[in-house]
Ligand binder design. Structure first.
Ligand SMILES: NC(=O)c1ccc[n+]([C@@H]2O[C@H](COP(=O)([O-])OP(=O)(O)OC[C@H]3O[C@@H](n4cnc5c(N)ncnc54)[C@H](O)[C@@H]3O)[C@@H](O)[C@H]2O)c1
Length: 283
């Protein structure tokens, strides 16, 4: 343990079960000496196993639906009471698309579902920061992070309307991050994480193929949830004070790849088979 977060206090959104990225962040933040409150939507508190995490990390759990201003205001007020003042870090680890859940194709969405997914996955980040800002709830040199995915920049057809939600989320990080930086010296960033086997991740159609492809494409391989948590801790720590308004790729190099040799070899093998082309034999 390096005590990277010793004396720091925070709020962690989105730990559902032990696979959740937020769960790993909470474990690592605890290891590094932080104190925090955990929060999730009331329904997730009933279905998930967050109380185990709370016990393990000595944390209180405060229910909050991230689409409700009333819940968020109550959460921030209670967190400041429990922690005895302002917070130093906040993690937004929330995502959900009703269109994905219901199997609606991107070209034929139910727009009421689209609005709900956007509210939960993207606008909630603005709401959360608005409450923190209005209540002046974050200490100078604090750090706010949300989790994103590269479908915000590039096309992943089965990621559906979550791609648009992530683009909005990343934009909010920059726009709100300006005011948090200028007025409070607080940094705001998004981490764009590799595909990761969690409840939210596995809900995306064709996830197994998706994660295997990314693994072969990335020179360092996919980043795990635990590795994402390590990276998040570094961004909560005082070692990264001047990093803000960034979308930071944490993906083993995937985002800068064109093609990798294992992927090309597989393509050429099936291409040759389909076209009856024989592999040149070595003399
Ligand atoms: N798993 C991946 O492949 C992957 C890749 C890149 C980014 N991400 C992002 O990481 C974040 C965390 O997801 P995860 O993969 O750990 O999955 P997860 O399913 O464990 O976490 C998603 C969380 O969102 C919470 N949530 C949903 N609706 C809510 C609401 N109304 N109010 C409050 N909380 C609500 C859920 O209860 C759950 O805890 C999400 O933003 C996700 O898009 C995931």
């Amino acid at each position: 343990m390096q005590n990277l977060l010793k004396g720091k206090k925070g709020i962690i959104f989105g730990a559902l079960d032990s696979n959740s990225i937020a769960w790993k962040v909470a474990e690592k933040a605890h290891e590094q000496g932080a104190e925090f409150v955990l929060t999730n939507a009331p329904v997730a508190l009933r279905l998930g196993t967050i109380s185990e995490l709370a016990e393990k990390t000595g944390s209180k759990v405060i229910p909050a639906d991230a689409t409700s201003m009333m819940d968020l205001e109550h959460l921030v007020d209670e967190a400041m009471k429990i922690l005895g003042g302002k917070v130093d870090f906040v993690l937004h680890s929330i995502g959900m698309s009703v269109n994905v859940r219901r199997g609606n194709h991107y070209t034929h969405q139910d727009y009421n579902f689209t609005k709900t997914g956007w509210d939960v996955s993207a606008l909630s980040f603005h709401r959360m920061m608005s409450v923190l800002y209005e209540r002046d709830a974050v200490n100078k040199w604090g750090s706010i992070i949300a989790l994103s995915y590269m479908a915000a920049q590039r096309v992943f057809p089965d990621y559906n309307d979550m791609a648009d939600n992530k683009a909005y989320l990343e934009s909010v990080a920059r726009s709100f991050g300006y005011f948090f930086g200028r007025d409070r010296k607080v940094r705001v960033n998004t981490i764009s994480q590799s595909p990761t086997p969690t409840t939210a991740g596995s809900g995306v159609k064709g996830f197994d193929g998706f994660i295997a492809y990314a693994e072969e494409m990335s020179p360092l391989g996919n980043a795990t949830a635990a590795e994402c948590a390590d990276y998040t801790i570094s961004l909560f720590s005082d070692l990264t004070k001047k990093v803000t308004l960034q979308n930071l790729f944490h993906d083993g190099g995937f985002s800068n790849m064109g093609v990798s040799s294992p992927i090309m070899d597989r393509f050429m093998n099936s291409y040759n088979t389909e076209n009856g082309i024989e592999e040149p034999t070595e003399e």
